[in-house]
Design a protein around this ligand. Structure first.
Ligand SMILES: Cc1cc2nc3c(=O)[nH]c(=O)nc-3n(C[C@H](O)[C@H](O)[C@H](O)COP(=O)(O)OP(=O)(O)OC[C@H]3O[C@@H](n4cnc5c(N)ncnc54)[C@H](O)[C@@H]3O)c2cc1C
Length: 433
């Protein structure tokens, strides 16, 4: 019996819509299923989009997509209870078209991208929470929803982190994600008059400012980073925390942003702004979060569902990998259609493409990053050490002047940082970063 579609894509996020768009442009009868009432409503990013892979699908994406601001400056630093230590990176090349990165709000961008796929010929159906994959032995024959099976030779799983459809199947045999390799992102969006926003953040019209912080503001044991991104007339403020550390320290997730926004360095910049949106989402990043395989008989897995979020404490990038892996899955499905063969060996082209593009290396080569990133000293002892040191270096106590080496020793003592730990952690960070 003939299949209902040439390909089925589950999830209209960046990965799924990119895949469906490429498939539709390749003349494929593709079904794109989304559980949200509209693509994007369920999705959440910080979010800075390094989206130039989109140019392959939509050459004018920078003019047409509902983007917020193009990034001109990135600030990185450490917050402790009463201080902020940071450095800014500003690059004139970032302020020229084609821009390297944009702040985005996913409810807008994802709806737009999904509708581009629809305009190219994909069948987009929203409000459809796919219940499970239709397995026939080790082959995926399509998807099941509401007791109905929709079939296709190829199904692309792009249903994001914590993929319900993959967990407990040959794709991810374990029925749940590991708490150690999982982060929880919480985010609030504040409305701010664009002129006031530009004055507060020192940017011009259309220009954007991004900042990411190691957060030494929480009770000991909580390992978390914060972000603040400027949008057109809003500011996105959020925290990404190691899930295990929240359980262990018994800290409620909703307190994280609450505490961050009261920090003096943050509070004055969102003063008077109105909360308009909030959300939370899991992130399962890095090599440890990969599925058992990226392809099999009749299936491929792309984007967050495959663990393709690069997060090393300095950057978090997942949307670019979602777009790229969505495109690679679609290219593979097009070739499989041509060959009338969607077996695991044919769809192995997808994994080869991920390898050739250097995507797998991006994750494999940074496998040790989690060990560095989730070192409790980075969230308690080192922020305290840095604060003590900079108070000594930049301040004036009225007492005798101290050599920098004495200030370092004094800060180490105050923060309880032995030299051996400092050298070991510094060396390991240099190796893994
Ligand atoms: C707090 C936070 C900050 C982040 N910041 C950044 C950033 O600044 N830059 C960056 O590049 N990345 C960032 N990321 C990561 C980025 O959001 C993800 O990598 C990206 O969204 C992955 O896209 P995706 O299409 O794979 O998955 P998703 O965006 O999660 O999309 C999956 C889609 O599948 C749908 N779906 C799920 N299950 C089903 C089902 N059963 N049936 C039908 N549909 C289903 C969902 O509704 C959703 O639309 C951040 C993530 C978080 C949580």
């Amino acid at each position: 019996m003939a299949d209902d579609f040439d390909a089925i894509v589950v999830g209209a996020g960046m990965a799924g819509s990119s895949a469906a768009l490429r498939l539709a442009k390749g003349g494929t009868n593709v079904l794109l299923l989304e559980r949200g009432a509209e693509p994007g409503v369920k999705n959440l990013s910080g979010g800075i989009l390094w989206g130039n892979d989109l140019a392959e699908l939509l050459p004018n994406w920078q003019q047409e997509m509902p983007l917020e601001r193009h990034l001109v400056r990135k600030r990185f630093g450490v917050l402790t209870a009463e201080s902020a230590i940071s450095f800014d990176f500003e690059d004139a090349t970032w302020n020229r078209a084609p821009y390297v990165a944009h702040s985005v709000l996913r409810a807008r961008t994802d709806a737009w991208l999904a509708h581009q796929a629809e305009a190219a010929g994909a069948t987009l159906v929203s409000s459809v929470p796919v219940e499970r994959l239709a397995w026939e032995g080790t082959t995926v024959r399509g998807v099941v929803q509401g007791g109905e099976t929709m079939t296709a030779p190829v199904t692309i799983l792009a249903d994001g982190t914590n993929s319900r459809l993959a967990l407990g199947t040959p794709i991810r045999p374990s029925p749940r994600l590991s708490e150690d390799a999982t982060e929880l992102g919480t985010k609030e969006v504040y409305r701010l008059d664009p002129k006031l926003l530009e004055a507060r953040f020192g940017v011009g019209a259309g220009e954007g400012h991004a900042e990411e912080w190691v957060l030494g503001i929480y009770p000991p044991g909580v390992m978390a980073g914060g972000f603040l991104y400027t949008n057109r007339d809003t500011v996105s403020l959020g925290v990404i925390a190691n899930l295990r550390s929240l359980f262990d320290a018994k800290v409620a997730a909703h307190d994280l942003v609450e505490q961050l926004k009261q920090h003096p360095a943050i509070a004055r910049r969102i003063e008077g702004a109105e909360l308009v949106e909030y959300g939370a989402k899991l992130i399962s990043s890095g090599w440890a979060s990969r599925p058992r395989a990226f392809h099999g008989d009749g299936w491929m897995v792309a984007g967050d569902a495959a663990g393709f979020v690069f997060s090393n404490g300095i950057v978090i990038q997942g949307m670019n990998y979602a777009i790229r892996t969505g495109i690679e899955a679609a290219e593979t499905a097009l070739a499989a259609r041509e060959a009338h063969n969607a077996s695991a060996s044919r769809l192995g082209e997808y994994t080869r493409r991920l390898e050739d593009r250097g995507i797998l290396a991006d994750f494999r080569d940074f496998e040790g990053m989690d060990r560095v990133k989730w070192n409790p000293r980075f969230y308690t002892a080192y922020p305290k050490f840095a604060t003590e040191l900079f108070r000594g270096l930049f301040g004036e106590s009225g007492g005798p002047k101290q050599h920098a080496r004495r200030l370092v020793r004094r800060a180490q003592k105050a923060a309880g940082v032995p030299t051996t730990a400092l050298l070991r952690d510094g060396w390991q960070t240099l190796q893994e970063l």
